[in-house]
Design a protein around this ligand. Structure first.
Ligand code: 8DG
Ligand code: MG
Length: 315
């Protein structure tokens, strides 16, 4: 049997304060009925993703899109069809959304999204909705007072909401001490902190997740931490991306996009290959390697969640 290929455009409509997202319940008599979804539907053959989405949101919710940005593209095999979910984040719209087809519609706080039953293809979309566009990786900083001042500035002034504590030069005791302080600062600003290191570190510091090196990623054969924590990993190619998917990583960094002073000998991936790798990654991907905030929009346009950087946020 040749499976049908279906291209679906869907919207993560985010409230003005960025704290809530709009979801709808599929009627019980349709495919995936009774489950919650991001409003949207199948594209007509002549439509682009955004054109189809505009039509669908008008038909289903009575709203007009004013500003939207690509969020994530997910290819998913259902038993009867291959589906491409082309998901857009809608930042601005006109009208008051309501279920024009009689469906239930609800604004849900981000952290409660995971409580709603969605179709199987939706898990990475939930991750993407919850994640910001910028991922700060902390710099190797010998001085603790300077470390605190830099992190505080990034949280306060750059509004960073996702941080990876990378400190290869510290022994475990010093790392834990720094992590405890970083965690307090992150909590104060509503940011999430991932520890770069062994999964067991979470038993010592109750941070929000673990970031695996690509080497560690390749050695593991199952997800090493609970679903309640974030699991991210460093990847550099297709093999590592596939491994991250098998392991159930929530998101990854893919690098180096550009040549960087820290790794001058490594060939850069470049935007073209990056886009192709991201298209099939099946999870949010942050572009890493010579990235600045000015690259974030382009990264989004080629399918990434956003950018990860040490240098751009650490000054
Ligand atoms: N809209 C939407 N569809 C999803 C999501 N997740 C997911 O697996 N799907 C699947 C379910 C369906 O097989 C397909 C969407 O088709 P649909 O039933 O919404 O299509 P439509 O609005 O054009 O409706 P119809 O005219 O075909 O009845 O994608 C999601 O979050 N939003
Ligand atoms: Mg629909």
């Amino acid at each position: 049997m040749v499976k049908r290929r279906v291209h679906v455009a869907a919207a993560a409509i985010v409230s003005a304060d960025q704290k809530k997202v709009l979801i709808a319940r599929r009627p019980s008599n349709v495919d995936q009925g009774g489950l919650w979804e991001f409003p949207g539907g199948k594209l007509a053959p002549y439509e682009t993703g955004l054109e189809g989405l505009k039509r669908e949101l008008h038909e289903e919710l009575g709203v007009e899109i004013i500003r939207a940005q690509p969020l994530i593209r997910i290819h998913h095999e259902y038993p009867d069809k291959h589906i491409l979910l082309d998901v857009w984040q809608v930042h601005e719209f006109a009208g008051e959304p309501f279920g024009r087809e009689g469906q239930a519609v609800r604004w849900v706080p981000m952290e409660e999204l995971v409580k709603y039953p969605f179709p199987a293809a939706n898990l990475p979309i939930l991750r993407a909705v919850m994640l910001p566009t910028e991922y700060l990786i902390t710099s190797e900083e010998a001085d603790e007072a300077r470390f605190d001042a830099f992190l505080e500035r990034a949280l306060k002034e750059d509004n960073i909401r996702l941080v990876q504590l990378r400190a290869k030069a510290l022994d475990e005791a010093a790392y834990i001490e720094r992590a405890e302080r970083a965690l307090r600062m992150c909590r104060e600003h509503g940011a999430s902190l991932l520890l770069n290191g062994e999964p067991g570190l979470l038993e010592k510091v109750d941070a929000d997740g673990i970031h695996l090196t690509s080497e560690r990623l390749m050695q593991l054969d199952r997800r090493p931490i609970s679903e309640q924590k974030w699991l991210s990993a460093s990847t550099h190619d297709q093999i590592q991306l596939s491994k991250a998917a098998v392991l159930g990583c929530d998101f990854v960094t893919l690098s180096p996009l550009r040549t960087t002073p820290s790794h001058p000998e490594v060939a850069p991936i470049g935007w073209h290959d990056f886009q192709q790798l991201v298209e099939r990654a099946g999870m949010p991907v942050f572009a890493l390697g010579g990235m600045t905030r000015f690259d974030a929009n382009h990264a989004r346009a080629v399918g990434a969640q956003g950018i990860a950087s040490i240098r751009d946020f650490w000054k």
